[in-house]
Design a protein around this ligand. Sequence first.
Ligand code: BGC
Length: 744
Amino acid sequence: MKKQSILHLGIIMLILIGSSCKPETPEVLKEKDNGIQTPELSLQYDEKIDSLIALMTIEEKIGMLHGNSMFANKAVERLGIPELTMADGPLGVREEISRDSWAPAGWDNDFATYYPAGGGLAATWNTELSLRFGQSVGEESRARGKDVLLSPAINIIRTPLGGRTYEYFTEDPFLNARMSVPFIVGVQQNDVAVCVKHYAVNNQETNRDSVDVLVDERTLREIYLPAFKAAAVEANAYSFMGAYNKFRGEYLCENPYMLQDILRDEWGYKGIVISDWAAVHDTKKSLEAGTDIEMGTPKPFNEFYFADPLAEAVAKGEIEEAELDKHVKRILRVMFNLKTVDGVGQKKGSINTEEHFQDAYAIAAESVVLLKNESDLLPLKLDGVKRIAVIGNNATKKNALGGYGAGVKTKREITPLEGLKGRLPEGVEVQYAEGYRERYAENEKAVFGDITLNGPVPINELEPELVEQALDAVRNSDLTIVFAGSNRDYETEASDRASLDLPYGQEELIEKVLEIDPNAIVVFIAGGPFDIQDISEKSNALVWSWFNGSEGGNALADVLLGTVNPSGKLPWTMPKKLEDSPAHATNSFPGDDSVTYEEGILVGYRWFDTKNVDPLYEFGYGLSYADFQYGNMITDKSEYNEEDTVVVNVEVSNRSEVDGKEAVQLYVSAENSQVERAQKELKAFNKVAVPAGKTVTVPLSFKVKDLAYYDTAQKTWVVEKGEYTIRVGASSRDIKGEATIVIR
Ligand code: BGC
């Protein structure tokens, strides 16, 4: 051993011994306003980190800055620095992927809990469930030895066609931020970093690798950034993922405005930026703009921009070694905070447990949205029912895996059919008929206008034999349930949908079923909006569920049978037709080389309300088996100043015999504003349990500062003085009470 290395080893021993003798102070836990223990990146290891960096060669530093396998950078073993390990993603910890290709590694111990997709979580409007989701999947990540979970995915849903709508939360920046923060905190409580993605304005899959997103500054600040800001500032997210697309001419992974000015300088972000896989396009620009780790697809890892080309740039003096140190330091800071360097005191986690399946169940149970329930067809009345016809491919379709992108290898995915069979009382027989099949035209790609998309082209002709079997089952049964909608092969990363039509001829099938049994219950399982206007008119009972995790089928059966009272509310607008949606009404999707967000701040319901366009089902909509009546609504004052918090109390009574939960929503309208404002904006919500026959007082509050708009001239948030109308209701359009307040 060379003298130098012996010396190095000695120093490392000292550094490490130093760290293990003294019991590590646990991560700094900060009790935030919400009372949740929020881990924060501590700088207490910085000295130790500086001494380690002083020992590292340029090669070792560069190894830490890029993927050296599909989901990890390179370890510096001689210094005791392990790899930083990563795994997708939003649906749960992804199965182990081979080190040098996308092929599954073929492990037999990488089974995990499949959690409800983002849309489902958002539809619960329950921040406690978001925390529970984070904690649960955080435990799974830790147990799988993953330091970074590539989740949550929180881009705004701009178009209903978006391929990743199912993964994303919502069209509303406030709901987005409120659901993101507890999730992040929950994950990070487990010594696992989140990777908040995809930063930013990654709102379409079409041309996602190259499209230049042009969005005005005010819209950027008010709509597309709030959840990212909350992730950085409130939740202390340890990592962000730089998106594929460009923003105002620069790729997001080499965008100094987004990575340095906003993220680090304005928001004070201390974590790391990891590129989306193969989203780096230039060594110097990207590193100097603030990307810390380049991850990517399987070209030889030494050919990555942050590999040999980086070494050459340093050798030529084009990039300073101090620049490398800056990024290595950030990465080590995250690693020390996660206790991955010496492993002392690191949480152990657990995976694939019954407890975690029940976490997935709890979220799924609160996510199901009851869209229509004429004559109280639901919950199912089983008196005298001997046979139930269950129709549709979606009764048996599994969604943990499928399509392009991250899924979960799970030991449990209860399908709707299994859920129902398991929950129905003895003596009720189920007759299942597939009715329609998931079929695609071979070698064809979907087309939107004159743009070819990557997605599959569904075959929409029904197969007569399957239809006959289905209709026979309906004729021979006392009750009918149709499971329709979509799946993860059809709604998929890397492609937007070409239309809102239900695929595979389902609409025709449902109409035929309804002709025989007008009271057939129609259940949609999907991630994003579809054109269900005709079916909605023709059917009497309509339920909406999601790609809903390991226990999705049980949760759905419990809602249909009434053991669970539905309390989900739509996290986005269901339009009557595509052209009603803002990106399409303004003809500004999907663009070509660039896309301009012409609708500006009027995203989602903001557009529908301001432009007086009726949606089919509005943002925040969802029925219950209980009968909620809204009573008195009182604001704590009528005049406020800029530092105040507005507290609103509203009484909600449950005039039924079943317990229920209600997501009470508060919207604000700025009257007489000097600038364009949306007709209403969500500013608070509170999901509460209201027992049968009881009245509860529901507190809702927001800071006067939250009424601000972003003033682009002054580059700051401005609260206009004057009158604001507060509207409280059961959805964005079902307003139950109003009050006027004045800001002085
Ligand atoms: C996706 C990311 C994902 C990454 C790694 C990319 O294609 O956009 O969301 O985390 O792949 O699988």
